[in-house]
Ligand binder design. Structure first.
Ligand code: NAP
Ligand code: MG
Length: 498
């Protein structure tokens, strides 16, 4: 494959960054292999993108839900219409990101599905509420906010765009999207396909260094909504910058998801596959991955043995090869974090087992690889238990009572997702309701168990607000009320969009 060069997309024009700046993106499986260059936007580009989105806002917001829904459906089709194009983007995505082809295909199709889902909200979104008097008749409607800045992380850049982009568009906002530095090429090519089906200025794309463009974007006075997905550290900073203009933020931040296996859980082969995927899909680099596994002591040995067997079936290598089931981590920085946690646990005396099959040792030594790793019964204070690993390592800890395991599960600054594994649904639901988290999966964990029609997000430092579902969609709007005394001439009834 030849090197790919991507540009910015501002006001309907695909063009280089202001000073022709760009930066290289390298393959995490072979860090010396240049995959391509992305444009490195400047502050001036940020202003142009926001101004373009602001200028496009009146016409886009007035277009109406039905027309916007038509365009969203057209985009949904276009995203996966040409098989050669999908294959090309899947391979490029694999090379710039590291994740396996099956997952890059999945992300591309996920994004398309979300456009259809949001288009289906059109009628519900168009409806106002009428609160009838006396003393007043009040029409409650929602309005788009204006320019929305959408910021996505590197780990699932397309699927995460699917949690905010179609939602921002259907509700009548115009957008400026900033993909992450580490995987900018495929998102840019994909976003360009979308932008070309929209009026100029409705969707603008900025790639480049966050230290150059992050604050100017978030703090721009014409940005009326910031929707950020990423780390707690950057999320906290984004919130501070947004506070200057009292810009509302939705923050989807990190997680340290607990999974609880009760003594009556059904642990067949399929359950172990779901457990494995819950923790290790995308080489563990998923916000809602299983990150701490608490197992009733009576099932502990069985769970450890089952997960060891499942991990050992995995083939670790270049994600482009069809037999590979786990690719490298995306970047050296995150690899160092994970390996640091593993080393700390080992030094503290925990049993650490590194598993899976490495076919090409030379490649493994070059790339940002880490085999799937289990840490058995570590002390609670260790980083591998307390912190978000965001990599292929899972601590497994035995428990004796429900009370004990709930207190451990909730003993975290995070509250994103969680899971309970049991054959007794009543007990599992009762326990789920005691977990401080935005989502609990039963007998599964992670994106493959998630219903995209539900609101997604976390409690505590896992974030503010929700993405996806109807609730995540109307988060891109504000409320507007019109009241009239209901004894006045005429009522508001004729103006009510039911
Ligand atoms: P990150 O370092 O926080 O970056 C996220 C995004 O913010 C990137 O596009 C980054 O750009 C940008 N950014 C950095 N500094 C900025 C600033 N000052 N102003 C505006 N934008 C700025 O996170 P990451 O390392 O990409 O992703 C991993 C983290 O994301 C993990 O903690 C994970 O749990 C979390 N995450 C959460 C969810 C969720 O839905 N809750 C989903 C996925 C991931 P650059 O890449 O250019 O620095
Ligand atoms: Mg980062």
């Amino acid at each position: 494959m030849t090197e790919v060069n991507t540009q910015l997309y501002i006001n309907g024009v695909y063009r280089p960054a202001e000073d022709n700046l760009q930066y290289g993106i390298y393959n995490p499986a072979r860090p010396s292999e240049l995959v391509g260059y992305a444009a490195a936007a400047t502050k001036k580009d940020v202003d142009k993108a926001v101004q373009a989105a602001h200028a496009a806002f009146p016409a886009w917001s007035e277009l109406g839900y039905a027309r916007r829904a038509e365009l969203l459906r057209k985009i949904g089709y276009a995203l996966t219409a040409e098989i050669d194009d999908v294959n090309y983007r899947s391979q490029l995505f694999c090379r710039e990101h590291g994740k396996i082809l099956r997952e890059t295909h999945l992300e591309i199709s996920r994004l398309g599905e979300r456009f259809f889902q949001c288009a289906d909200y059109a009628d519900r979104l168009a409806a106002d509420e009428l609160i009838e008097g006396p003393p007043f008749d009040t029409l409650v409607s929602r309005q788009p906010r204006g320019v929305a800045a959408l910021i996505v992380p590197w780990n699932w850049p397309l699927a995460i765009l699917g949690c905010k982009l179609p939602q921002a568009l259907i509700t009548g906002n115009t957008v400026v999207v900033k993909p992450a530095n580490y995987s900018a090429l495929t998102p840019t090519l994909t976003l360009r396909k979308i932008a070309e089906l929209l009026p100029p200025g409705v969707l603008n794309i900025l790639t480049g260094s966050s230290s150059e463009i992050g604050d100017p974007l978030v703090g721009h006075p014409l940005v009326r909504k910031v929707n950020f997905t990423g780390s707690v550290e950057v999320g906290r900073h984004v919130m501070k910058v947004a506070a200057e203009n009292i810009t509302p933020v939705t923050l989807e931040l990190g997680g340290n998801d607990p999974g609880i296996i009760l003594e009556d859980a059904l642990l067949d082969e399929a359950a172990f596959k779901r457990l494995y995927l819950g923790a290790f899909m995308s080489t563990g680099q998923i916000c809602m991955a299983l990150k701490r596994l608490y197992v009733h002591r009576s099932r502990y040995d069985e769970v450890v043995a089952g997960l060891i067997a499942e991990c050992n079936r995995q083939i670790i290598g270049d994600g482009l090869l069809p037999e590979t089931t786990m690719g490298p981590m995306n970047n050296k920085k995150q690899l160092n974090v994970v390996q640091g946690m593993i080393a700390q646990a080992y030094q503290a005396g925990a049993e650490v087992v590194e598993l899976g099959q490495v076919v090409d040792q030379e490649l493994y030594a070059q790339g940002y690889f880490q085999r799937p790793t289990l840490v058995l019964n570590p002390a609670h204070h260790l980083d591998v238990v307390q912190e978000e690993q965001f990599g292929p390592v899972l601590p497994i800890i035995p428990f004796d009572t429900e009370e004990e395991v709930i207190s451990w599960a909730n003993d975290s600054v995070f509250g994103l997702c969680s899971s309970v594994w049991s054959q007794d649904t009543k007990r599992a639901v009762t326990l789920s309701r005691q977990i401080e988290a935005g989502y609990t999966y039963l007998n599964a964990h992670g994106p493959s168990a998630q219903d995209g029609r539900g609101p997604f997000g976390g409690f505590k430092q896992s974030g503010i607000g929700r993405n996806m579902g109807y609730e995540g969609t109307i988060a891109f709007q504000g409320y507007h009320c019109i009241s009239a005394p209901n004894d006045s001439i005429g009522t508001l009834m004729p103006f009510w969009n039911k």
